[in-house]
Ligand binder design. Structure first.
Ligand code: ACO
Ligand code: ZN
Length: 448
């Protein structure tokens, strides 16, 4: 399967244009300047019209925030973008701006600063009315999403009004930290994370890979590493199998660690709240261990008490470790904990694009494995009891795979072995197994 970050299909809503210099020769700006749509130029009029094109282009600059235009991406093809922000380059002339763009076909993690020469000015579209667009976005948000944003930035307000939402979007639209150093890796970040204001001027942050304290300068980190006596996450090691370990960290007992982890994780999670109130959460940290210590690979968080039967709040595999099966391991682990609690569980919504892919794959493999082995009829309730997967998630997974029909007031599951095999094959590899015999854990109980 290809990466969903890599736009491979230029026909899919985008177009591939020739380099800008060729485009100058073949496109003509509308002489009368009515709508700016390019038309073919004849050879005779080209020199005169080139001047007109130049003039028209100059009059567009600098581009307004909200402009839609085609932009040359790292695949050397042109993709539609929306200008989110602009800034003057330190030594540029009056028109020399950089633009922060969002590739409209792709996830926000690909948003980036680009130079003017990457933009095809002949494709500039009229500026959209931002206010109207924002209103529509706010209406599309669920109450839950609104509550989450509310918790982060406008504490004390019951509901988030359109103005606060705009403020939130405005506040998070441009990535603040571009890269982090963590252990052996330098990692490009994906999204904005609300680090304390004193870090506003930092493009790069240096993290201690064990206590997750972060610093502005490498020398500070080097000094810290000499003093820091942690060689693994704080808390209890609840699982060890080969070189893999899981630690359970109580947010109440390790507040600073929990907060540092949330700041770090938000750099890779878009629609998730930064919970300052880490007391209410347990963090499960997956590590690869060697003679230098236990190195964090990923984690998931879990509310100590969830009214909505969430068994996982946020999940992250750090980018250098992605696509190696750790995400599936973390998901499987969260369900093993639910089984030990004798509860069914579901991940907190909304799921990200990558979260949904990972969960769909996990649910498909687990459920279809059972259906393949099971003789006779099986109900959704039985499947849920066996797997700790919430009945709604079982239903939607089987419906998406078209394995379920509603007959005479009942859901009937199709279990044709050939169909099951086909879906199982498409769901891909199972990933790293959780060896339940190596899990030493008792469900959370309030102390005192
Ligand atoms: N392109 C295409 N498919 C992908 C990609 C990708 N970039 N990433 C994951 N997948 C799919 C694949 O089917 C993959 O299986 P495969 O490699 O066998 O084809 C499957 O998802 C999971 O692969 P894993 O290697 O087990 O998962 P990974 O360690 O990469 O972690 C995770 C998945 C946690 C979602 C990771 O992508 C991540 O941290 N993303 C950023 C944070 C995020 O979005 N978290 C989920 C938010 S929702 C929530 O927290 C409740
Ligand atoms: Zn440290």
């Amino acid at each position: 399967m290809g990466s969903i970050d890599t736009p491979k299909n230029p026909e899919n809503g985008s177009r591939t244009l020739p380099p800008a210099t060729d485009a100058y020769a073949t496109y003509d700006g509308d002489k009368n300047g009515i709508d700016g749509m390019p038309t073919r130029a004849t050879e005779m009029t080209l020199p005169v019209e080139s001047e007109a094109i130049k003039k028209r282009r100059a009059s567009m600059l600098p581009l307004e925030v909200g402009t839609r235009v085609l932009c040359r991406w790292r695949d050397c093809k042109y993709h539609p973008v929306k200008v989110i922000e602009r800034r003057k380059m330190p030594f540029g002339g009056s028109n020399e701006y950089e633009y922060y763009v969002h590739y409209t076909e792709f996830n926000r993690r690909l948003d980036e600063w680009v130079k003017l020469e990457q933009l095809d000015l002949d494709s500039v579209e009229t500026v959209v009315d931002e206010k109207v667009e924002d209103k529509v976005t706010s209406l599309k948000m669920t109450r839950h999403q609104k509550r989450k944003i509310d918790e982060t930035h406008v504490e004390g307000h019951e509901e988030l009004d359109a103005a606060s939402l705009r403020e939130h979007e405005e506040f998070t639209k441009v990535k603040n930290i571009a890269t982090i150093e963590l252990g052996r890796y330098e990692i490009e970040t994906w999204y904005f994370s609300p680090f304390p204001p004193e870090y506003n001027d930092c493009l790069r942050l240096y993290f201690c890979e064990f206590c997750l304290n972060f610093m502005k300068r490498k020398e500070q980190l080097q000094r810290h590493m000499k003093k820091c006596d942690l060689k693994h996450p704080p808390g209890d090691e609840i699982y060890r199998s080969g070189t893999l370990s899981m630690f359970e960290v109580d947010g109440k007992k390790n507040k600073v660690y929990g907060q540092n982890l949330c700041y770090l994780a938000k750099l890779f999670l878009d629609h998730k709240t930064l919970y300052y109130d880490v007391d209410l959460f347990l963090f499960y940290i997956l590590c690869e261990c060697d003679d230098r210590g236990c190195h964090m690979v990923g984690y998931f968080s879990k509310e100590k008490h969830s009214e909505e039967s969430y068994n996982l709040a946020c999940i992250l595999t750090l980018p250098p470790y992605q696509r190696k099966g750790y995400g599936k391991f973390l998901i499987a682990f969260s369900y093993e904990l639910s089984k030990k609690e004798s509860k069914v569980g579901t991940p907190e919504r909304p799921l990200s694009d990558l979260g949904l892919l990972s969960y769909r794959g996990y649910w498909t493999r687990v459920l279809l494995d059972i259906l393949k082995r099971h003789k006779g009829n099986i109900s959704i309730k039985e499947l849920s009891d066996m797997t700790a997967i919430k009945a709604e998630d079982i239903l939607t997974t089987l419906q998406t795979l078209e394995l379920i029909q509603y007959r005479k007031g009942q859901h009937v599951i199709c279990a044709d072995p050939k169909v099951l095999d086909r879906h199982l094959k498409a769901a891909g590899r199972g990933g790293l197994e959780v060896d339940v015999s190596k899990l030493i854990w008792t469900p959370y109980k309030e102390q005192g």
